[in-house]
Design a protein around this ligand. Structure first.
Ligand SMILES: C[S@@+](CC[C@H](N)C(=O)[O-])C[C@H]1O[C@@H](n2cnc3c(N)ncnc32)[C@H](O)[C@@H]1O
Ligand SMILES: [Zn+2]
Length: 371
C-alpha cells in the first residue's frame, strides 16, 4: 500500500500492476470520484449549517470522511459516523486518522464496520447521510430516509446508469418504477427518474425530498436532497411527477400528466413518470460555482439552474437533419437569448436548454446559416 493525497488528506491505497488505483483492489478508492467529493464538501460549506450529525454510510477508503474532517468549516461537524462493512475497515481508517493527525475523540468521529442498513436501524438518526454504493442505491434508501432528520440532507450517488439511461428499460421499470428513453435526453431523464423514485420512498414517511443540487457526470448520477417533513409538502412533490413526451421527428418535447400525445402525425415517445421540478436550488448552485470559479462544469450547472425547462435540444442532431453547419455555440446562444432564455446544459456537449420552441431554435439556426 502507498500513501495517496486528495484535497487536504492523505490515506493508504494500493495500485494494481499497471499502476492504477482501482476498485478491484483491497481498499476502494476511485480517483475519478474526486469531483463528487469536492462538490459534497463545497455544498456542506456553503449551506451554513452547524453541529450536523453526519454519516458516511459506505466509506471505502474513508477519503470522503477524512476530507470532511479537514476541509469542512469549523463547527459544521457535530458528530461523524464513518462506516464500511469491509473486514479491515476499522483498522485501515484508524491508520488514516493517525496519518492525518486527527484525534478521533476530539473530532467526534465514530468508526464502524457494519452492514449499512443495520447501522442505520440501530442509530438515532442523522442530519446528513451520504449513500455511495457500487451501482444502485436502492437497498439503502428506505432506512436512510427513515433515519434522516426533519430538515436533514440526503446525498445519493447511483452508478448503475445502464437501466436509468435506457440501455435496459425493463430493469429501469423494475428498479426505478419508470420508463427511460435512449436518446440525447437519456441522462436528464435518468436523473429525474432516480429523483422521483427516492421522493416516493420519502413520501411514504411524510418526508418531502427536494433536490438542492443534482448532476450527471462520468457515468454516475448524484443528488443532494433537502428533507422537509410534512404531508402537504409531500403532496406538492407528487404533483410534480409527470411524463416527458418526445417527438423523434421534430425533436420537440413537453411534460404531461398522461403519456400520450401526437406530434408530426405520430405518437410521441414517452419517458417517466419522472420529477419535473427543479434539479437545483440556484442560490446554492451559484455559491458552489463561486467557490471554484475555474470549473466550467460548475458554471454550466449554475447557469442551468436559472432555467425552468425540462429537456434540451441537441444542436448537432438538428443541424444534421436540417442540413445546417454546426454553429459557434457562443454566437448561437447570443442570438437565442434575444428571443428567450437559453443556456448550455451539463447533460450534453451538444445540448442547449432553452425556453424557446424547436421552431424558434430552427429559425435562429437558419439566420446564422447565412452569416
Ligand atoms: C463506491 S465504494 C465507496 C467509496 C467512498 N464513499 C468514497 O468516496 O471513496 C462502496 C463501498 O460500499 C461498501 N459497501 C457495500 N455494501 C455495503 C453494505 N451493505 N454495508 C456497508 N458497506 C457496504 C463497500 O465495501 C465499498 O467500500
Ligand atoms: Zn414533431
Amino acid at each position: 500500500m502507498e500513501i495517496i493525497q486528495e484535497g487536504m488528506s492523505k490515506f493508504y491505497a494500493s495500485r494494481d500492476k499497471n499502476g492504477k488505483i482501482s476498485k478491484e483492489l483491497d481498499v476502494f478508492y476511485n480517483p475519478v470520484m474526486k469531483f463528487n467529493r469536492d462538490v459534497s464538501i463545497t455544498l456542506l460549506n456553503v449551506i451554513n449549517q452547524s453541529n450536523m450529525q453526519m454519516c458516511d454510510l459506505m466509506a471505502g477508503s474513508g477519503v470522503r470522511s477524512l476530507r470532511f474532517i479537514k476541509e469542512l468549516k469549523k463547527g459544521v461537524i457535530g458528530k461523524l459516523v464513518v462506516n464500511d462493512y469491509d473486514e479491515g475497515f476499522i483498522r485501515l481508517f484508524k491508520k488514516n486518522l493517525e496519518l492525518n493527525d486527527i484525534d478521533e475523540t476530539k473530532s467526534n468521529v465514530y468508526v464502524y464496520s457494519m452492514d449499512a442498513n443495520k447501522l442505520l436501524l440501530e442509530s438515532t438518526g442523522f442530519d446528513y447521510i451520504d449513500i455511495d454504493p457500487f451501482g444502485s442505491p436502492n437497498d439503502f434508501l428506505e432506512n436512510s430516509i427513515v433515519r434522516l432528520s426533519r430538515e436533514g440532507i440526503l446525498a445519493v450517488t447511483a452508478t448503475d446508469t445502464a437501466p436509468l439511461a435506457g440501455t435496459f428499460p425493463d430493469a429501469c421499470i423494475r428498479k426505478y418504477w419508470a420508463k427511460p428513453l435512449r436518446n440525447h435526453l437519456m441522462h436528464e431523464i435518468g436523473l429525474r427518474i432516480l429523483i422521483r423514485k427516492i421522493q416516493l420512498i420519502g413520501a411514504q414517511h411524510d418526508k418531502a425530498l427536494i433536490p438542492m443540487y443534482s448532476y450527471y457526470k462520468d457515468h454516475y448520477f448524484r443528488v443532494f436532497f433537502k428533507c422537509v417533513k410534512g404531508k402537504k409538502e409531500c403532496d406538492n412533490i407528487l404533483r410534480q411527477h409527470e411524463y416527458l413526451l418526445y417527438c423523434n421527428t421534430c425533436q420537440s418535447f413537453l411534460t404531461s400528466e398522461i403519456n400520450q400525445c401526437m406530434c408530426c402525425n405520430q405518437q410521441m415517445e414517452y419517458a417517466g413518470p419522472l420529477w419535473t421540478g427543479q434539479l437545483y436550488d440556484s442560490d446554492i448552485a451559484f455559491k458552489i460555482f463561486k467557490m471554484e470559479k475555474s470549473n466550467s462544469l460548475l458554471k454550466i450547472i449554475a447557469d442551468e439552474s436559472l432555467i425552468k425547462s425540462i429537456g434540451f435540444y441537441d444542436i448537432h442532431e438538428l443541424a444534421k437533419k436540417h442540413k445546417f453547419l454546426i454553429p459557434n455555440y457562443e454566437k448561437l446562444l447570443l442570438e437565442l437569448n434575444k428571443l428567450g432564455k437559453s443556456v448550455r446544459t451539463h447533460f450534453s456537449n451538444n445540448g442547449i436548454k432553452s425556453e424557446l420552441s424547436v421552431k424558434e431554435i430552427l429559425s435562429v439556426l437558419n439566420v446564422l446559416k447565412d452569416k
